[in-house]
Design a protein around this ligand. Structure first.
Ligand code: NI
Length: 165
């Protein structure tokens, strides 16, 4: 093979968790208007599916990008153990102080996973809150159509964020 091949690999994990969408700075009425039944006091649950995609070059010596057992272990320890059968408003340390929407949970997962994975490999976190709804997060500097590739080199933050609201 001429040169190294770049591949994307994805591992999927599931967790069941409760949450409630509620902004404490808003009135109950405003929360209900904003979040509908998702703001009900007792909370509700989802069967979440987390997909973590790494991007990088195949190591010719091993034929692998990463040992999938290592990726599995990081996902288990950093996300699943903290979220499965938990309350996302109360339990995971990496969600303290945020409203646990699928968007914020995906961003939180990115942050804890990136710290524990080999530098520059994390490409995408995709979180399904239901079979029909999912959120993709490509890190603070952009997505696959942006200039930024997660090659581990430091770059100035981009002025224009893609996909932000
Ligand atoms: Ni919900």
């Amino acid at each position: 093979m001429a040169g190294r091949a770049t591949v994307f690999i994805t591992r999927r994990a599931e967790f069941a968790a409760a949450h409630r969408l509620n902004n404490p700075r808003l009135t109950e009425r405003a929360n209900t208007r904003l979040y509908g039944p998702c703001s009900h006091k007792g909370g509700h649950g989802h069967n979440y599916v987390l997909e973590v995609t790494l991007r990088g070059e195949v190591d010719p010596a091993t034929g692998m990008l990463i040992d999938l057992k290592a990726l599995k272990a990081v996902m288990e320890r950093e996300v699943i153990a903290k979220c499965d059968h938990r309350n996302l408003n109360l339990d995971p340390d990496f969600l303290r102080g945020v409203i646990p929407t699928a968007e914020n949970v995906a961003i939180g997962c990115w942050r804890v996973l990136e710290r524990r994975l080999p530098r520059g490999l994390l490409w995408r976190v995709r979180l399904f809150e239901s079979p029909r709804n999912s959120v993709d997060y490509y890190g603070p500097e952009g997505g696959p159509n942006g200039v930024h590739l997660h090659d581990g080199r430091d770059r100035a933050p981009r002025a224009v964020r893609r996909g932000s609201r």
